[in-house]
Ligand binder design. Structure first.
Ligand code: NAD
Length: 387
């Protein structure tokens, strides 16, 4: 089975046979338990504004996908066929041919189809409760802020924006308009990952001493004109897959880094003349924990390895769409395989319906972008950046 993750070109061949997909009842019980545990352990500050306080009566909230590229087409729209609390209500696209295809495939009514010119009119459409921004990274801030001004809740894809300043503007716009904001960090909804977060943060294997993680794929030379290799569009390995390695270090330790060093290495200079092909970065945390992290558009990898006082945690892959594998020095972690995107969108919708805070609020994306800003500064100057 080909498991795609974060890019069409990258896949893992895995048969998934080792995963014990339990019966529906135990699966439900587990997911409920895992969500409750993770929410109580993870120290993400929940935004008061994410809990709008306004309960929504609809059984399912309508999501409009903005940008119908790879991720929307291959992952989010199919996931929305499996959701219980949300559904694919609308689309925003600049390509008229896609309007026809999506309308027919998903039965989207004409009145819920928008383009980039009439996007703001979505404010008048009661079918759309949540706008999901799935555009190139340079467009995240603008389309999130416009969605907030239209009075719609927002899910914005990772990385949250081009820099921390944009993230702050997005958070403010959502607060000002009393709408929820969540970032598309799907791993927070994945059971193995939730358990690894708990083990690390509760120091079940002793204090976390060192986290090593790498996320990358081999981008073919034919992609030389893709927006992911253009600086102005928010390209670069760090922006794309690097945030997964960074997240790994942050969610295993449960801490924010206090110092950052980074080195960019570009081997295919004809293709990577604006952005980083590979980024190596090292973090230091207040507890003394360290992280040695990397990301690349030239190396296929997806692993996490944490060394703790009394044992270790390994995940390989740790951020694929399916078949996440996790093991500690004590046990193999066996949890159900879930549709991460469906779980993510459903939980966001459910929290909005019940007026509850987001598991992955805008602040979580902002924390990453503060570090990403420092990583680019360090890679550019060669300095160790103190945060
Ligand atoms: P993509 O290039 O396949 O799709 C981007 C879409 O934006 C296309 O439909 C394109 O037509 C549209 N677009 C509008 N204006 C554009 C412009 N000026 N230039 C280029 N495209 C424009 O990209 P993608 O892989 O779907 O990624 C979209 C976002 O989703 C990115 O932020 C990416 O990081 C994120 N993503 C997240 C995951 C995940 O697992 N969470 C996976 C893949 C992508």
């Amino acid at each position: 089975m080909a498991i795609f993750f974060d890019n069409l070109e990258m896949y893992f061949n895995q048969n998934g046979k080792s995963m014990k997909d339990t019966n529906t009842d135990s699966r439900r019980t587990f997911i409920k338990k895992a969500s409750a545990t993770a929410a109580s352990v993870i120290s993400y500050p929940f935004l008061a504004s994410c809990a709008t306080g306004v309960k929504q009566d609809k059984e399912k909230l309508g999501i409009a996908l903005v940008g119908l590229g790879y991720y929307s087409t291959d992952l989010l729209a199919p996931a929305l066929q499996e959701t219980q609390h949300s559904y694919l209500a609308g689309i925003v696209t600049g390509t008229p041919e896609k309007e026809k295809i999506w309308k027919e495939k998903y039965g989207i009514p004409e009145k819920n189809i928008y383009n980039y010119e009439n996007y703001d009119e979505i404010a008048n459409n009661p079918d759309i409760d949540i706008i999901y921004v799935v555009l190139p990274n340079s467009m995240h801030a603008e389309y999130t802020i416009r969605a907030a001004k239209a009075g719609k809740h927002v899910i914005c894809e990772k990385p949250m924006a081009m820099n921390a300043a944009e993230c702050e503007a997005m958070i403010k716009a959502c607060k000002d308009n009393n709408v929820a904001l969540s970032i598309g960090y799907r791993m927070h909804f994945e059971p193995h990952t939730q358990e690894v977060m708990r083990i690390g943060q509760e120091q079940e294997l002793g204090p976390v001493k060192m986290v090593c993680a790498g996320a990358g794929f081999t981008m073919p030379n034919a992609s030389k004109d893709h927006w992911k290799v253009k600086k102005a569009m928010g390209g670069g390995a760090m922006m794309d897959m690097g945030v997964y390695s960074l997240q790994a270090a942050r969610y295993v330790t449960g801490e924010e880094p206090i110092s950052v060093s980074a080195q960019a290495i570009n081997t295919r200079k004809e293709m990577f003349n604006e952005v980083d092909e590979t980024m190596m970065f090292q973090l230091e945390f207040p507890s003394g924990a360290m992280a040695n992290l990397h990301t690349s558009f030239g190396v296929s990898m997806n692993y996490l390895d944490a060394r703790c006082g009394k044992g270790w945690i390994k995940m390989d892959p740790f951020s694929a769409y399916r078949n996440i594998k996790a093991q500690t020095s004590k046990a193999v972690l066996e949890y159900p395989v879930i549709n991460q995107q469906a779980a993510q969108m459903d939980e966001v919708a459910q929290c909005i319906k019940e007026g509850k805070p987001m598991r992955v609020p805008g602040e979580e994306g902002l924390k990453d972008m503060k570090v990403v800003d420092a990583i680019y500064r360090s890679a550019g100057t060669g300095e160790n950046i103190i945060l």
